[in-house]
Write a protein that binds this ligand. Sequence first.
Ligand SMILES: [Zn+2]
Length: 310
Amino acid sequence: MNLWFLLVPLLLSQPTPPAPPAPPPAPPAPPQTAAPAAPPAMSPSPAMSPSPRTADGQDVDGSWAQGRQLLLTFDDGPDWENTPVLLDYLDDYGVKAVFFVNGRRFTGTLPQTQKSRAVLEELHRRGHVVGNHTQTHPMMAQTPPDVQRKEIERTHAAIKRVLGFDAWLYRPPFGGMTGVSRAVLREMKYTVVMWNVDSNDPFERHANVSFRNVMRDLAIYGRGVALFHDTNSWSTEAVPRIIRAVWLENCHRTARGEPVVEFSNEIEAFWQPRSGKAPEPSLARLQEAARRRARMSAWCDGIRKGAGSP
Ligand SMILES: [Zn+2]
């Protein structure tokens, strides 16, 4: 059964519709009976080192993905309650993501910040990428220049202290870039990661709506960078459903010999290098991509055997 017909009415939407004044009623949950549960959990692949910093990098907004890659990004965490649930969901499908963290979440001596610090270490250990989302999530345009710099530098230092590497990916709070923050980021050799696929989860607080919004944007763009917040339980619950829906469509695409949408957190696949030539992926990343494809292929086989031809 093809689930994409459910999205046809949504294709008529504008690519970036303004947020509605009030959340619309939640649509019915998409059918899930055709999709088997996640394949048996495999031991997590060993954590790869963070993507190499590339001087040739440009800002990333999702529209420059070099293939049909989809990057899942999660802002505002780590959250000691929600993020561990999300990490297990992502592991169920072998999907790696990028987490843009706020330093205030995991610095200091409060019990919850110490728990969140352990979550940060764990998500890094499981192969996810960690980026900088400032210390306190201010509206940068209303923040004095010296404080803007401190916001970026403090979280940079905190990530280095906890995880031992120099973060190089930045997501601006509220998506708001300023001239000052851009200058600081350039000086610190950061790449700015925006998004083109939006769950709109701060404003529409329901897993069904997060699911619908992401699938709508993905149907429009076919690839890109998806924005979620791992501080929201409804976003967390939407993620495995999104992965299953994408994989189900991939089963159809594979049967037709078409390229599939691939979940990836390899940032170098998401920008157009100024030289015009994409960097060569490392052996570790090629192996990781092969593992991902094998896992999805086994999932499609499960569908064919358990629920007829997909
Ligand atoms: Zn944020």
